[in-house]
Design a protein around this ligand. Structure first.
Ligand code: IPM
Ligand code: MN
Length: 347
């Protein structure tokens, strides 16, 4: 029997609630499909930071490297650990170390979920550059605490980095409706973003079967709300993609439905799957977090592992629950009830 070893990092807050839920759905799906999933749990979190001064141990990256994939809940406990410390100690270094350069975030309405827009018939795949750009971490502060203080944070865009994410987007567009929106702000940022636009044009010549439009990020943000059905694949830099995918989450009904996959397309290291939402400490462990974003992320993990039929069945089961109104109204159904409905629809 085929078996996949998964590193489970529940993290903080509702991360535990939603990974427990997702795992029970994934285990059931695996059982039905005839493959095995084994999990090894790592308690890497803000709690660990409070105890040891580290979000994860020094050899964490080497430890994770041996797994087929990573399933992560959420990171952050801002009342106790500054977000700039916790995220740079756990989530962001994994994305970079494992060259998970494509952050894939699907935005569509699940059946039964009412979004805030009149438009219902949209299906957007946001592809966010995930290793460089505005998140490169290059910068510093001088004269700290004085009136002369200066803070610099430099975005880094490399030809290799921009080209590979755009290429990934073009390839995705080919498997979908053949449209690609490349997002920049090249009217204001005349070096990095003009560079991005040039690479977009260069690749467009290679992918003549894909219809490409370059947008400025402000216009694209408006389009996601005014005409989301006009968009197919959207490729954006790290920070622009971060912001646009919260809009995507909003138009699909909320962060409870927004899934994501941090993919290493070359498969030279494990990929990581996580809901877009945060740790929501205010509702942690109350049993009311919506697990659908985590379950959907789990389906993306099965897809990446090559278990496409099982991934499809998990999504069908989620839809069978939501179409009956389960998990579609905030606060109505408990985490366990939503999970049980998805598991039942799998059997
Ligand atoms: C996300 C999150 C993270 C990001 C934060 C928590 C650092 O907002 O995955 O969208 O900005 O990448
Ligand atoms: Mn975000």
């Amino acid at each position: 029997m085929k078996s996949y070893s998964i590193a489970l990092i529940p993290g903080d807050g509702i991360g535990r609630d939603v990974t427990t839920a997702a795992w029970s759905v994934l285990e059931t799906a695996a059982e039905h499909a005839g493959f095995a999933l084994t999990s090894t749990e790592f308690p890497w979190s803000c709690k660990l930071y409070k105890d040891t001064g580290r979000m994860m141990p020094e050899n964490a990256i080497e430890t994770l490297r041996g797994f087929d994939a990573i399933l992560l809940g959420a990171v952050g406990w801002p009342a106790e650990v500054p977000d700039s410390v916790s995220l740079h100690g756990l989530l962001l270094p994994i994305r970079k170390a494992f060259v998970q350069y494509a952050n894939i975030r699907p935005h569509r309405l699940l059946p039964g979920v009412t979004g805030p827009l009149r438009a219902e018939n949209f299906d957007i795949l946001c592809i966010r550059e995930n290793t460089e750009g505005e998140y490169s971490g290059a910068g510093g502060r001088v004269h700290q605490g004085t009136l002369d203080e200066v803070a610099v944070e430099t975005s880094i865009f490399t030809r290799a980095g921009v080209e590979r994410i755009l290429r990934f987007g073009f390839e995705q567009a080919r498997t979908r409706r053949g449209r690609l929106a490349s997002v920049t702000k090249s009217n204001a940022q005349k070096y990095s973003m003009v560079f991005w636009d040039e690479i977009t044009r260069k690749l467009a010549a290679e992918y003549s079967d894909v219809a490409v439009t370059s947008y400025h990020v402000d216009a694209l943000a408006a389009r996601m709300i005014m005409a989301p059905e006009s968009l197919d694949v959207v490729v954006a830099s790290n920070l622009f993609g971060d912001i646009l995918t919260d809009i995507g989450a909003a138009i699909q009904g909320g962060l409870g439905y927004a899934a994501s996959a941090n993919i290493n397309p070359d498969r030279s290291a494990p990929s990581m799957f996580e809901p877009v939402h945060g740790s929501a400490p205010d509702i942690a462990h109350l049993g009311i977090a919506n697990p659908i974003a985590a379950i959907w992320s789990g389906a993306m993990m099965l897809d990446h592992l090559g278990e496409k039929a099982a991934a499809g069945r998990v999504m069908k089961a989620v839809e069978a629950a939501t179409v009956r109104g389960i998990g579609t109204i905030p606060g109505k159904d408990r985490t366990e009830a939503i999970t049980a409905a998805v598991v039942a629809a799998l059997t």
